[in-house]
Design a binder for this molecule. Structure first.
Ligand code: F6P
Length: 551
């Protein structure tokens, strides 16, 4: 047993489980006519209904007690003040400072005013975006830029790509493409229709050492040079977003064309920094600032609202309740907005790379679950695919439904029907359908009793399956900023209560290390020691690569 699992607040919650298992969402709603108004909260442009969750007011107060016990309010203050919350890497995590706006007071970190550095880079971005949009920044043949290719992976790709996918295409003044995968297919297919004279490459990498990004950037440069011929033209077509000026210069990008950020910006929390340049180029600096302002609105709410009315806190605690006490392992994110589909992958990285840890900040093994498996996709598509398992499967899968109240693409009855579907899914998961209700329905269809008996078990919906419903007025940069920041802070709440380092990611290193060894073997045939399976597979891949292979 650890300090956390032996603690009074944890024990109280464990005792709550039996009471909650013995009741049902139907019963909880019947017992409390005010359950819906009492279990809704607004934050900035977002509204959350969390009343369809498997908990009562007592459980909620016990979760809040757990948050107090684990000193969440202090942790939030530390996060915002620039304390070294990422202890294993000895760093602050100051993504909130990136979105404070122009009137932000100085924020000192290791003798440097972080706010000042942020504004300098924002000014540099503003000038660059203006030059590209006005046509003052021209390609090597004197034409304006028409296409931007962001080359990056993980946090240097997912956040910006998610934001751009969410926003209406007619807001976008340049075509913005994202290349992340080391699978050459993605770069080849992206480059095929592009004109090198009017294409700008953004090489986005915090470390500027990431294998996939550097290989894609080298291949993009080769493609460019085969057409532009003169290396002097690179300066008009390649810019870098990074913390590593030396590596940027080594790659051959003039550091005057580099937009800096800092080690206190975590990769998956970096879309608000220079990493957002592709967004700014796509939608303009004013809208990029609006994205920052939306995130700032959520930051202010998270920092200032009491825990019991704090949206990221409530969502984080509810997630902990399911994972640590009710036996859930996964969490579905289900936006009812096609443009928000890519947001699921971004939230997945934010959450799973942050909380997929099994030791505490002090390096002690945990004896409780951490890091839910995040997955999902756009509704209504999922309804015709995996929702079967949500409704009648054997796992408890809490879902977050996300619905914009107004569509960016109003078209006949589409948005009303989309809205009806998401509301219906929440109700169906919660209410289910009892044996009596099924019998009555089937009897109404005049089916013979034996057929009713055969069909009955298949048509029962156990119900009692929880969800949050998040409403937003409309997808715009401000709302998106708030939405992304909500999930960032929800993740921080969970990481804090679990006592883990939310901002490191050592778990990605081993695969990278082994890939380098195996790549050397695939290239040069030296033999390293592997297990028989890996050795056998290396052999087959290597034979397939040999020119005489018929594999
Ligand atoms: O390998 C994981 C990771 O380090 C992520 O944390 C990060 O977002 C991604 O790779 C890209 O890293 P970089 O921006 O340094 O290329």
């Amino acid at each position: 047993m650890s300090r956390l699992t032996e603690s009074p607040a944890w024990n109280t919650l464990q005792n709550d489980v039996a009471r909650i298992r013995a009741t049902s969402l139907r019963a909880l709603f019947a017992a409390d006519p005010d359950r819906y108004p009492r279990m809704t909260v607004s934050a900035g442009p977002l509204f959350l209904d969390y009343s369809k969750n498997l908990l009562d007011h007592e459980t909620l107060s016990h979760l809040l007690a757990l948050a107090e016990q684990e000193q969440l309010p202090q942790a939030i203050r530390h996060l915002f003040n620039g304390a070294t919350v990422n202890r294993s890497e000895g760093r602050a995590a100051l993504h909130t400072a990136l979105r404070q706006g122009d009137d932000a007071p100085p924020l000192w970190l290791h003798g440097q005013d972080v706010s000042l550095s942020i504004h300098q880079v924002l000014a540099q971005m503003t000038e660059f975006v203006e030059q590209v949009h006005s046509g003052t920044w021209q390609g090597y043949s004197g034409h304006s830029i028409t296409d931007v290719v962001n080359i990056g992976i993980g946090g240097s790709d997912l956040g910006p790509a998610a934001v751009m996918a969410a926003l209406p295409a007619d807001w976008v003044s340049l075509r913005v493409h994202y290349v992340s995968n080391v699978d050459g297919a993605q770069l080849s297919r992206t480059l095929k229709p592009l004109n090198p004279e009017t294409t700008l490459f953004i090489v986005a990498s915090k470390t500027f050492t990431t294998q996939e990004t550097l290989l894609n950037a080298h291949s993009a440069r080769t493609w460019f040079m085969e057409r532009a011929k003169d290396p002097a033209h690179i300066a008009r077509h390649f810019v870098a977003l990074s913390t590593n000026a030396t590596a940027v210069a080594q790659f051959g990008i003039d550091t005057r064309n580099m937009f800096a950020f800092w080690d206190w910006v975590g990769g998956r929390y970096s879309l608000w920094s220079a990493i957002g340049l592709s967004i700014a180029l796509g939608i303009g600096m004013d809208k990029f600032r609006s994205l920052l302002a939306g995130a700032h609105a959520m930051d202010s709410h998270f920092r200032d609202a009491p825990l019991a009315e704090n949206m990221p806190v409530l969502m984080g605690l509810i997630g902990i309740w399911y994972l640590n006490f009710m036996g859930a392992q996964t969490q579905a994110i289900l936006p009812y907005d096609q443009g928000l589909e890519r947001l699921v992958a971004h939230i997945q990285q934010v959450s799973m790379e942050s909380t997929g840890k099994s030791v505490t900040q002090e390096g002690k093994p945990v004896d409780y679950a951490t890091g839910a498996i995040i997955w999902g996709g756009a509704g209504t598509n999922g309804q015709h695919a995996y929702y079967q398992l949500l409704h009648q499967g054997t796992f408890l899968i809490p879902a977050d439904f996300i619905l914009p109240l107004h569509s960016r693409y109003p078209l006949g009855d589409h948005h009303r029907i989309l809205s009806a579907n998401v509301l219906a899914q929440g109700e169906a998961l919660m209410r289910g359908k009892t044996a009596e209700e099924v019998k009555e329905e089937l009897a109404g269809q005049n089916l013979p009793p034996e057929q009713i008996q055969t069909l009955l078990p298949h048509k029962i919906f156990p119900g009692n399956r929880p969800c949050n419903t998040l409403l937003l007025n409309q997808v715009d940069p401000y709302t998106l900023g708030a939405l992304v920041a909500l999930y960032e802070h929800r993740t921080f709440v969970q990481g804090t209560l679990w006592g883990i380092d939310t901002f490191d990611q050592w778990g990605v290193e081993l695969g990278k290390q082994l890939a380098r060894t195996i790549d050397a073997e695939l290239k040069d045939h030296p033999s390293a020691v592997h297990d028989p399976s890996t050795t056998g597979l290396i052999e087959r891949v290597r034979s397939a690569m040999s020119p005489s292979s018929s594999f």
